[in-house]
Write a protein that binds this ligand. Structure first.
Ligand code: ADP
Ligand code: MG
Length: 611
C-alpha cells in the first residue's frame, strides 16, 4: 500500500447518501445501535479466536463512547478483532456499503416509504446520517499488521493511510454535522445504550461510566440458572409488576436459532393484550418492543425476551408478516407454551390449578383463537366444579354422563348457592362453574368441537332427576280437575306478566315453591354481547318460564286461601312466590323489586297485627 490511497466507493454512491440523510432523519438514533453492535461483534469474533490462538493486548474487552463538545466529535472505540488495510477495503468499502445500496434500491421501489424508514439497518453507513466526516482508526489483532486510518467526508469518497495506533481494535470518530449536536450529551448517549445495547455481553462505557447491564440471561444455559436469576431478571425488565407465575426458557438451534425467556404474568383483570411485554432482540441488540408480527395475539400478554439472531435488524413490518421463518417461529413458541402448560397439568396438577385463575383467561383466549393451541390444550382445560374442586370436561363427563343424559350442567360461580344448584346437589348432580365473559364463547366453541356434549345452564331447564316423574296426578275433583290443574289456573289468574309461561311440576324437593327457567340461547346471547345494556338484558330475561312446584306446602296453602276464605290473599301469595323465584334467578326488574318490597312489608305488618 502506498502512503495514502484514495478512491470512490462506487459509481452509484452519489445517489445514496442524500437519500440516507434526508429520509432517515426521524430515526437517526439507530446509528448508535449499529456502531456499538459492530464493536460488540468485533469483540465476539476475538473471543472465538482466543479459544485457539494467542494474541497481544489481553482479554479485558470493552467498548467506550466519548465525546468532545468543542471539536463536535463522538468516538466509539472497541478492543476487538480490528481490521487490516485489506479488510477495511473489503468490509467497509464493499460489504458495509452493500447494505446502503440495498437500502437505496428498496427505498426507490417502495410504495410505502414510511414503512422502510428506520427498519432498514444500514450498518456502518448509518453514521453518515449524523456526520459530516467519519474516520476509522483500526489495528488488527494479528501480529505484524499495521494500523490504518480510513477517512471519508461524504461517505462516497474515501482515503486510506498508515497511522500509529497503540492497542488492537477499532476507533471510529464521527464529526457530527450541524443538526446532530444532541449526541454530545452523556445522558442522551447513556439512554440510547440502555435502550438498544443493555444486554450486549460486553461492558459499554459512556464517558468512563458503565452503561449497560450485560447478562442476557436468555443466552445462558438453563441448567446453570437458579429460580432467583429468573426472578431478578423479570424484576429488572418489568419493575413493579410483582413476580411472574412461571417462565419458559426457549432455546432452539435448529431449524432456526431462537433464544428467549417468556414469563407468565399474574393476570388479575380481563385480557389486556394492548401491552407489549415481549422485547425482541437480534443477537442481544434490542430491536423492538413489539413482537406482534412474530407471535399470535394471545401470546402477547406474556412478558419477556425473544432473541432471533437470523432475523436481520433491517426488516420491515410487512416483510416480517410474509416470512415463512416467522410462521415457524410462531408455531414453535405456541408449542412450547402449550407443552409447558400440559406438562404442569400432568405432573403437578395442584400447582397448575393454583395458577389457573391467573392463566385461565389467557389459555381460553388462546384456545378460542388458535387451532393448534386448542389441540394441545383441550385436555388440560379445567373448570371449577360445584363440589369445590377442579375437573376437566372429560373427567366431569366420565363421572356424570350416565345420569346427565348428555348434558354438561354449568352455572356462574356466583350461583354456587342458588336454588338451582341446591336442587341439583340434592339429587347428586354436579355442575361446572364458569366465571368470565369468555366462558360463554368457550362453551359455544367446545360444543362445536365435541358434538356429544351439550352444555346446559342450570337454570335453563329442570334436570330430569330433580323432577318426581312418578308423582301421581292426584284426585280429580267434581269439575274433573286435578290439583295440578287447579294450581296452574290459580297462578295464571294471579300472576300477569307479558311473555312468561307458567307450568307445574312435582319437584323432589319440598322447600322450593317455584323456579324460573331462562331460555339458554337468549341467555348466551346476552352474555356474549357485552354491548347490551341493562334495559335490553332485562327485556330478554322477561321471556321465561315459571315452574310451580306441586310438592310445595306453601303453594298448597296459597291455593287453599285462593279457593277458600281469602282469594285476594291467595293471589298476593302467588305473586310473592313468583317474585321469590325471580329473585333467585336474578331476573328482577327494578319495577318487580319495588312491588316485591311493598308486598313483603304489608305481609310483615299483617303478621305483627295478628300477634
Ligand atoms: P454487518 O455488521 O451487518 O456486517 P456493517 O455495515 O455494520 O454490516 O459492517 C460491515 C463490516 O465492517 C462488518 O461485517 C465488519 O467486518 C466490519 N466492521 C464494522 N465495524 C467494525 C469494528 N468495530 N471492528 C471490526 N470490524 C468492523
Ligand atoms: Mg453491523
Amino acid at each position: 500500500m502506498t502512503a495514502e490511497e484514495k478512491g470512490k466507493i462506487s459509481v452509484e454512491t452519489e445517489n445514496i447518501f442524500p437519500i440516507i440523510k434526508k429520509w432517515l432523519y426521524s430515526e437517526k438514533d439507530i446509528f448508535i445501535r449499529e456502531l456499538v453492535s459492530n464493536a460488540c461483534d468485533a469483540i465476539s469474533k476475538l473471543k472465538k479466536v482466543s479459544l485457539q490462538e494467542e494474541f497481544e493486548g489481553g482479554t479485558d474487552y470493552r467498548i467506550d463512547l466519548s465525546f468532545d463538545k468543542d471539536k463536535r466529535t463522538l468516538v466509539i472505540e472497541d478492543n476487538g478483532i480490528g481490521m487490516s488495510a485489506d479488510e477495511v477495503k473489503k468490509y467497509i468499502n464493499q460489504i458495509a456499503f452493500s447494505g446502503a445500496t440495498d437500502f437505496a434500491k428498496h427505498y426507490q421501489n417502495s410504495e410505502n416509504k414510511a414503512e422502510i424508514i428506520g427498519h432498514f439497518g444500514l450498518g456502518f453507513y448509518s453514521c453518515f446520517m449524523v456526520s459530516q466526516k467519519v474516520t476509522i482508526e483500526t489495528k488488527s489483532y494479528r501480529k505484524g499488521e499495521s494500523p490504518v486510518l480510513w477517512e471519508s467526508e461524504s461517505g462516497t469518497d474515501f482515503s486510506i493511510s498508515k497511522i500509529e495506533k497503540e492497542g488492537r481494535g477499532t476507533k471510529i470518530t464521527l464529526y457530527l454535522d450541524a443538526e446532530s449536536g444532541e449526541y454530545l450529551d452523556k445522558w442522551k448517549l447513556k439512554d440510547l445504550i440502555k435502550r438498544y445495547c443493555d444486554f450486549l455481553p460486553v461492558p459499554i462505557f459512556v464517558d468512563s461510566e458503565k452503561a449497560n447491564r450485560e447478562k442476557p440471561l436468555w443466552s445462558e444455559e438453563p441448567s446453570k440458572l437458579k429460580p432467583d436469576d429468573y426472578k431478578d431478571f423479570y424484576n429488572y425488565l418489568f419493575p413493579f409488576s410483582g413476580d411472574a407465575l412461571f417462565h419458559i426458557h426457549l432455546n432452539v438451534d435448529y431449524p432456526f436459532r431462537l433464544q428467549g425467556i417468556l414469563y407468565f404474568p399474574r393476570l388479575t383483570h380481563e385480557l389486556d393484550a394492548s401491552k407489549n411485554g415481549i422485547k425482541l432482540f437480534c443477537n442481544h441488540v434490542f430491536v423492538s418492543d413489539n413482537a406482534n408480527e412474530l407471535i399470535p395475539q394471545f401470546l402477547t400478554i406474556l412478558k419477556g425476551t425473544i432473541d432471533i439472531p437470523d432475523l436481520p435488524l433491517n426488516v420491515s413490518r410487512s416483510y416480517l408478516q410474509n416470512d415463512p421463518l416467522v410462521k415457524k417461529i410462531s408455531n414453535h413458541i405456541i408449542k412450547k407454551v402449550a407443552d409447558r402448560l400440559t406438562d404442569d397439568f400432568k405432573k403437578n396438577r395442584e400447582e397448575y390449578q393454583k395458577n389457573w385463575p391467573d392463566i385461565a383467561l389467557f389459555v381460553k383466549y388462546g384456545v378460542l383463537t388458535d387451532e393448534k393451541f386448542y389441540d394441545s390444550m383441550k385436555d388440560s382445560l379445567v373448570f371449577k366444579n360445584s363440589e369445590g374442586g377442579f375437573s376437566t370436561l372429560n373427567e366431569y363427563w366420565e363421572k356424570n354422563k350416565e345420569k346427565n343424559q348428555n348434558k354438561i350442567y354449568y352455572a356462574n360461580e356466583t350461583e354456587i348457592s342458588s336454588v338451582y344448584m341446591d336442587l341439583l346437589k340434592t339429587q347428586g348432580l354436579e355442575a361446572i362453574l364458569v366465571d368470565s365473559k369468555i366462558d360463554t364463547h368457550l362453551i359455544q366453541h367446545l360444543e362445536m368441537k365435541n358434538p356429544d356434549w351439550k352444555f346446559q345452564r342450570v337454570d335453563a331447564d329442570l334436570a330430569d332427576q330433580i323432577v318426581d316423574k312418578e308423582a301421581s296426578p292426584g284426585i280429580v275433583d267434581a269439575n274433573n280437575k286435578t290439583e295440578s290443574d287447579r294450581i296452574l289456573a290459580f297462578f295464571k289468574t294471579s300472576v300477569h306478566r307479558e311473555g312468561i309461561e307458567i307450568k307445574t311440576e312435582t319437584l323432589k324437593s319440598q322447600s322450593v315453591p317455584a323456579v324460573i327457567l331462562l331460555p339458554e340461547f337468549m341467555r348466551r346471547m346476552t352474555e356474549m354481547n357485552s354491548m347490551m345494556n341493562r334495559e335490553e338484558t332485562s327485556k330478554i330475561l322477561k321471556n321465561h318460564t315459571l315452574v310451580v312446584n306441586l310438592n310445595s306446602g306453601l303453594v298448597k296453602a296459597a291455593l287453599r286461601e285462593f279457593e277458600g276464605v281469602n282469594p285476594e290473599k291467595g293471589k298476593r301469595l302467588a305473586e310473592q312466590i313468583y317474585d321469590l323465584a325471580l329473585l333467585s334467578a336474578k331476573a328482577m326488574t327494578d319495577h318487580d323489586l319495588s312491588e316485591y318490597t311493598k308486598r313483603t312489608v304489608s305481609f310483615l305488618e299483617e303478621i305483627l297485627n295478628k300477634n
